[in-house]
Design a protein around this ligand. Structure first.
Ligand code: COI
Length: 332
């Protein structure tokens, strides 16, 4: 098998080298480029292309050229598949696989970390400390997780892992999904979307991004949420309307937000800046708030995930070349 892996980084490279060593018949080659109409030509001569990117692949030329080069499989090294243009996938008869099991715990634990940071008001505490203020002020008083209701929107692999963790800590967990998995009923109670929004003390989003649920959390939902609620988004930025979130935080319609993803993230995540005014206006607003914690789309970023992204995607690539069914096909 000859595979070209786009979006390569040094920490993934360790597992690419390992794969090449353990599979002498395979040749995994890498580029740090994103896959787009300009870079697709690099895939000529390979059997399979693989990406791990948050930038949409929406130029028809990408799909057309992959087909021209005889590439029938694009292996995503990600859980999310919203970057794909499905009209072109169907038109050029391409197989898409993803890696949904690389580590649901990685994202779930980051959701927990953000939630606990906000629940225990560490943003405020850190800010006070930076101002040399060590007074235990009244607004630092917090609450305990086992007294809280955690609402989960999207109870797939990651949502289930999140439910299991919060349940283990004694929280009441409620969830909403189109598909209800009876196995999850050990840690959560399924209910409708509005009930989750209205009752959650911690509302955490774990759905795939689909055009029909862009702005799923906006002005209306913020008004319905408890004033004391914390919103956690570790899924995809466009699920939350950022401007409405800023307004809701300013009006104290909710109490805090933990964001690993933002609609505007491609403008600044994975880059370094020298001054705040180089950043998007929405981020500038959020950064002023001590009840907001932003992580740079790093919820997934653990040793287990990085290793499994390579291993799961390349295992499927090899299965497809050998005429077997992939383990993780994405079929829309
Ligand atoms: C995903 O796996 O869907 C992620 O969000 C990780 C990202 C680096 C592509």
């Amino acid at each position: 098998m000859k595979a070209l892996l786009y979006n390569m980084t040094p920490e993934q490279m360790v597992y690419v080298d390992k794969w090449n060593k353990e599979h002498p018949d395979d040749d995994l080659e890498t580029t740090d480029d994103y896959l787009n109409a300009k870079t697709v030509e690099q895939a000529k001569g390979f059997d399979v292309a693989s990406v791990m990117q948050v930038e949409d692949i929406d130029e028809e030329a990408v799909y057309q050229k992959l087909a021209e080069y005889g590439i029938t499989h694009l292996a995503l090294r990600s859980v999310g598949y919203n970057i794909i243009n499905w009209d072109y996938v169907h038109k050029y008869n391409l197989l898409i696989t993803n890696t949904p099991a690389y580590s649901p715990r990685a994202v779930a634990e980051n959701a927990l970390t953000s939630a606990m940071f906000l629940l225990r008001k560490w943003g405020k505490i850190f800010k006070n400390e930076q101002n040399l203020n060590f007074v235990r002020e009244a607004d630092l008083m917090s609450d305990e997780i086992y007294n809280k209701t955690v609402g989960i929107i999207g109870v797939g692999r990651i949502g289930s892992a999140t439910a299991e963790i919060f349940h283990a800590l004694g929280a009441k967990v409620i969830g909403n999904d189109l598909i209800e998995n009876p196995a999850n009923e050990a840690f959560l109670t399924y209910t409708d979307f509005d009930t989750v929004i209205k009752n959650a003390d911690i509302l955490t989003l774990h759905t795939p991004l689909d055009p029909s649920i862009v702005d799923m959390i906006g002005a209306k939902q913020f008004k319905e949420m408890k004033d004391s609620a914390i919103l956690i988004n570790q899924a995809r930025g466009p699920l939350v309307n950022t401007q409405d979130l800023i307004e809701a935080l300013k009006k104290h319609e909710i109490a805090g937000a933990g964001l690993d993803v933002l609609t505007e993230e491609n403008d600044f995540f994975m880059h370094k800046f020298t001054s705040m005014d180089q950043l998007p206006k929405t981020y500038q607003e959020l950064a002023k708030m001590d009840n907001v914690v932003v992580t740079p789309h790093s919820a997934y970023y653990t040793k287990t995930s990085v290793k499994n992204m390579i291993e799961h995607s390349m295992t499927d690539a090899k299965r497809v070349i050998n005429g077997q069914k992939p383990v993780y096909p994405v079929e829309l």
